[in-house]
Design a protein around this ligand. Structure first.
Ligand code: ADP
Length: 381
């Protein structure tokens, strides 16, 4: 019989020991919840703060089974884990949240799109192909988006195909072929659901793109959208998590079109980059909310205490080696600036090394400070 959470002998296992796990543990400690981690990297960010740290492969059946079997609850901070082992652990009485059935859908962009289509959840029109290369023999209409069904992350595994030439380098594996959406904004909504079926949704987050590089510069919340769109985004997120029957925290990434339509791009069943600002800016952080939801505790309030901007602190291009932080003291002097370093000793170009949250009463002022932080704080070696 699996134990209920009511004290410190309760064992919560987490597959993955990266920065999301690290911030999760920081919050779990406040409730005296002991988190045991497994990660393939012996130097992963959770190594020094987990109650125990196991080096092991998250995709290996035997290693996931061995790690999970003595846990009361098992959760993940990354989707790419051995789902077969999670189904078997569930059979043995371990509570696995998010459920293996949800992870199975999320690991495959093809199944994800089919889930949206079957549930009437708005998403960009698509079809599935055995290989991106097969499109060379067809006469597709350009442009379109090609996505590897499995294994892509952070934009790797996504190609915008604008011409027949682009097809030459198309992925050689099962793909989703998706209509290109002329979106006006990219939004994200984080929703939590516990085993009682209660849900709680955070205010929508918006991506701000750099006008010069067309790269995401930072995320901010509340999003600059109408009340109707905010409400529609909230309902959509609840609809998705209810249809999944999922227990845990879910990030729902959305496209907003010029006509005010919201389309689901993809989902992530775990704490998410677009929720980091909740540590300082919301009554309950996304990490605490994840913990509350998987323990079937009451969900926390999600209102923002203050508007916020979140900036990813990425390894500077051209720098690889032991990390050091240029401009740290300067940004620490700025009002409403909180720096989070993930404890990664080694920097590489564009590696996620930390993030910075900036908060204050007026979003426009917070954004100005944010741009100042981007210019000042660098991860170099
Ligand atoms: P990943 O899983 O690697 O994060 P996404 O599916 O989120 O990949 O795609 C990465 C980015 O590519 C999105 O944030 C968006 O900017 C762009 N993108 C993805 N799908 C489309 C689409 N159908 N139309 C236009 N842009 C898209």
């Amino acid at each position: 019989m699996t134990k209920q959470w009511n004290g410190s002998d309760f064992r919560l296992g987490m597959l993955g020991g990266g920065q999301l796990g690290r911030m999760f543990i920081q919050e779990a400690l406040n409730y005296d919840v002991h988190v045991h981690c497994m990660d393939p990297d012996k130097d992963a960010p959770c190594r020094n703060i987990a109650s125990s740290f196991t080096v092991g492969s998250l995709t290996d059946y035997d290693q996931v089974m061995a790690f999970g079997k003595d846990k009361d609850i098992l959760t993940v901070e990354i989707e790419n884990v051995n789902v077969k082992a999670l189904y078997d652990l569930e059979q043995q009485g371990v509570h696995v949240f998010p459920q293996p059935s949800v992870l199975e859908i999320v690991q495959d962009k093809g199944l994800q799109k089919q889930f949206y289509a079957d549930g009437g959840i708005p998403t960009a029109p698509f079809r599935l192909v055995e290989s991106g290369k097969q499109l060379l023999d067809e006469s597709p209409t350009f442009p379109f988006v090609l996505k590897l069904r499995k294994g892509g992350y952070d934009g790797k595994g996504v190609m915008i195909i604008r011409s027949k030439d682009d097809l030459e380098t198309a992925f050689d594996g099962p793909c989703v072929v998706e209509e290109m959406v002329p979106f006006t904004k990219e939004l994200s909504v984080i929703v939590a659901r516990n085993s009682n079926g209660e849900t709680a949704v955070y205010p929508t987050v918006e991506c701000e793109f750099s006008p010069t590089a067309n790269l995401v510069e930072f995320l901010f919340s509340p999003a600059d959208v109408s009340t109707e769109i905010e409400k529609a985004a909230t309902h959509l997120a609840i609809d998705v998590i209810d249809r999944l029957g999922m227990v845990g925290l879910l990030a729902v990434e959305l496209f907003l079109t010029a006509s005010g339509e919201l389309l689901v791009n993809e989902i992530a069943p775990r704490p998410h980059n677009s929720g980091h600002h909740t540590i300082e800016c919301a009554i309950t952080s996304q990490f605490e909310q994840h913990m509350r939801s998987i323990l079937n505790a009451p969900l926390g309030r999600t209102e923002l205490i203050s508007p916020g901007v979140m900036i990813n602190l990425l390894g500077e291009p051209g720098h690889e080696g032991p990390a050091s932080y240029e401009g740290l003291h300067e940004v620490m002097q700025l009002k409403g600036v909180k720096v989070h370093l993930y404890g990664k000793q080694y920097t590489k170009p564009f590696r996620k090394m930390g993030h910075v949250t900036i908060f204050g009463d007026i979003l426009e002022t917070v954004k100005i400070t944010g741009r100042n932080v981007i210019k000042t704080l660098k991860v170099i070696s």
